[in-house]
Design a binder for this molecule. Structure first.
Ligand SMILES: *Cc1c(COP(=O)(O)O)cnc(C)c1O
Length: 395
């Protein structure tokens, strides 16, 4: 019997506890498990290798993406580290160029030191991938919609190119969540999540996940998960499972609120450009319509003002919290140039299109009228570039 998404979210991996009848998967707060004789146990021997609360989460994560196998990690970065550990010295990776700043950092500052090479291309044109392929290319890394510019990459087209060249495709599906986009069905080999974001959804836990249908990749990753050891504790697994139960419901409201905020921004004269795949004039809109159920709840925009005024603007919202991260019930916003993408060199940022006046919103689940009112009052006190230019700055 194959259940639909919201049913799987609540049931997959979470049968009532066989020993007590508890209807919620217990937090088994233990690091090791009794063996009846050496090597004979109830399926668990040591918590880094496997753990019942984590096993419930892993089965659930796989079910959300319609996958056979799931692996849970201590953070999204721990998941990324483990996937990159599939590679060896001399291997080459092609990646989306405007990607999560932490992914860019571990690629260029950590794994590059171990002799792995990275080429960053604009994956919104699949031809750029074709052109970057070398004999030693092993991995294609896609992030769509991308962070922070919400560029949309055609997963089916790109993974077909990769497959034809025996390259493994990884999709970081953190922004879309499995509610809106299921990359395995589009041809990807691995799907990666920072469960810190929408999947947990409440800004109270760090976590990561990788899911796959490929038995060989799963076996290698399971080995690496145990060998590296960046696994989540039972309490964190419990919290993520709890968050997942409302993932479908939350995403509906997240998307509805974001669509209204994006449209409001578009009409405001202090806003030079809005980035949201749901807007019909966005270059990625047609692909987003095909491969996503809705358009997500991250909205970025450029203020038509100076860097100084942009920084002043960030002090003005009362309801929106200035913070890194995204995907929470609570609305957050950030200034990518000095926050999430500060570790990316300024000229790389400029090439990618992350301007100094870019603001990224993570639209939460508050009443959207209050969210818009709060932006309105913050905008009302912000001075446009043309007005700010000649004059003395208003304090
Ligand atoms: C946050 C994030 C990560 C990293 O996840 P952590 O849980 O913070 O380690 C990776 N990819 C994307 C798209 C993210 O937003």
């Amino acid at each position: 019997m194959s259940y639909r998404f919201d049913t799987r979210a609540i049931h997959a991996g979470q049968a009532d506890d066989p020993s007590t009848g508890a209807v919620t998967t217990p937090i088994y707060q233990t690091s090791t498990f009794r063996q009846t004789e050496p090597g004979v146990n109830n399926g668990f021997c040591y918590a880094r290798t496997g753990h019942p609360t984590r096993a419930a989460l892993e089965e659930n994560l796989a079910a959300l993406e319609g996958a056979r196998h799931g692996l849970a990690f201590a953070s999204g970065m721990a998941a990324i580290h483990t996937v990159l550990s599939l590679l060896s010295r001399g291997d080459h990776v092609i990646s989306t160029r405007d990607l999560y700043g932490g992914a860019w950092r571990i690629f260029t500052k950590v794994f590059a030191r171990f002799g792995i090479e990275f080429t960053f291309v604009d994956t919104t044109s699949p031809a750029n991938i074709d052109a970057a392929i070398r004999p030693e290319t092993k991995l294609l890394w896609l992030e769509t919609p991308s962070n922070p510019l919400l560029h949309v990459t055609d997963i089916a087209k790109c993974s077909a190119i990769a497959r034809a060249n025996r390259i493994t495709t990884v999709v970081d599906n953190t922004f879309a969540t499995p509610v809106l986009q299921q990359p395995l069905a589009l041809g990807a080999d691995l799907v990666l999540h920072s469960t810190t974001k929408y999947i947990n959804g409440h800004s109270d836990v760090l976590g990561g996940a990788v899911v796959t249908n490929d038995q060989g990749l799963y076996d290698e990753l399971k080995f690496l998960q145990n060998a590296i050891g960046a696994v989540p504790g039972p309490q964190d697994c419990f919290l993520v499972l709890r968050g997942i139960k409302t993932l479908g419901l939350r995403m509906e409201r997240h998307c509805s609120n974001a669509e209204l905020v994006a449209r409001w921004l578009l009409a405001h004269d202090l806003v030079r450009r809005v980035y949201y795949p749901g807007l019909v004039d966005e270059p990625g809109h047609a692909i987003a319509r095909r491969q996503m159920a809705r358009f997500g709840a991250i909205v970025s925009f450029e203020l038509d003002t100076t860097l100084e005024e942009t920084r002043a603007f960030t002090r003005r919202p009362h309801l929106w919290t200035l913070a890194e991260s995204l995907g929470s019930v609570k609305s957050l916003f950030c200034h990518p140039a000095t926050m999430t993408h500060a570790s990316v060199e300024p000229e790389v940022r400029r090439n990618v299109g992350i301007s100094d006046s870019l603001i990224r919103l993570s639209v939460g689940l508050e009443d959207v009228r209050d969210l818009i009112d709060d932006l309105e009052q913050a905008f009302a006190r912000t001075v446009r570039r043309d007005a700010a230019a000649g004059e003395e700055r208003v304090a």
